[in-house]
Ligand binder design. Sequence first.
Ligand SMILES: NC(=O)c1ccc[n+]([C@@H]2O[C@H](COP(=O)([O-])OP(=O)(O)OC[C@H]3O[C@@H](n4cnc5c(N)ncnc54)[C@H](OP(=O)(O)O)[C@@H]3O)[C@@H](O)[C@H]2O)c1
Length: 251
Amino acid sequence: MNIAIVTGGSSGIGRSAAVQLATRGSGVILTYNGNPDGARETVAEIEALGGTAVALPLDVGRSETFPAFRETVVRTLADTWQADTFTALVNNAGISGMSRFEDASEELFDELNRVLFKGPYFLTQAMLPLLRDGGAIVNITSNSTSSGMEPGYSVYASMKGGVAVLTRYLAKELSVRGIRVNAVSPGPTRTRLGDDGFAKHPEIIAPLAARTALGRVGEADGIGRVIAFLLSDEAEWITAQEIEVSGGYNL
Ligand SMILES: NC(=O)c1ccc[n+]([C@@H]2O[C@H](COP(=O)([O-])OP(=O)(O)OC[C@H]3O[C@@H](n4cnc5c(N)ncnc54)[C@H](OP(=O)(O)O)[C@@H]3O)[C@@H](O)[C@H]2O)c1
């Protein structure tokens, strides 16, 4: 039985990835931070499809909680699936934050580092003993590291760039266990990111769509399906890749 852990499964790309994985027969442990209602909705969506999902609280910015989280995962795997390992990890949870370089504070830098870089780094390290040999990891980066470079994202994009480099190192070091590691790099995607910015400021959508070759902003399912594919056996020969999923942003 395949079982995936998806961080940040209470909305957006993480929710879609969780649902897409469940559609392909995987059990899902999804995590949430401030939005337990959203996590319950994701679980309900998966159960309505006939799948099994469990939502657990996790702040990926607090690495000191990871050992306790791992113990909760051990109990959840045993209680729900009579399993002692899982097969796939999606490091998706994230926040955005903007500041021009001249104004960037250490507070913003440290927060984005904790959530976007240090968190996935040490969460992966903590969960690795439970990840089955032959399993797979997908890290969510961002096209702000490449085609999407806009002023104001030097901190956010640097952290995502760190995750892109980490992806290749993990692919190398974990290959001895047959574990594949890839990254998915979304372009502008309509989610709750940035304090629900797409819903609060719909005027940002048209200019973003105009800069996108395929003429619209992304939807979470367009990203979630690629994540599920990369974790599937169909992608058995893909590792160490960062795949931009942006509809051709700034092409
Ligand atoms: N949307 C875009 O345009 C875009 C573009 C490039 C990359 N990305 C990346 O895609 C990933 C998913 O974001 P999204 O667009 O789907 O946004 P979203 O709808 O806001 O979802 C973010 C998810 O991350 C969780 N999260 C946030 N801070 C957390 C923390 N400290 N600890 C644990 N979980 C936390 C949220 O949980 P709660 O709500 O429960 O707190 C939520 O489930 C992020 O890594 C983001 O950087 C998004």
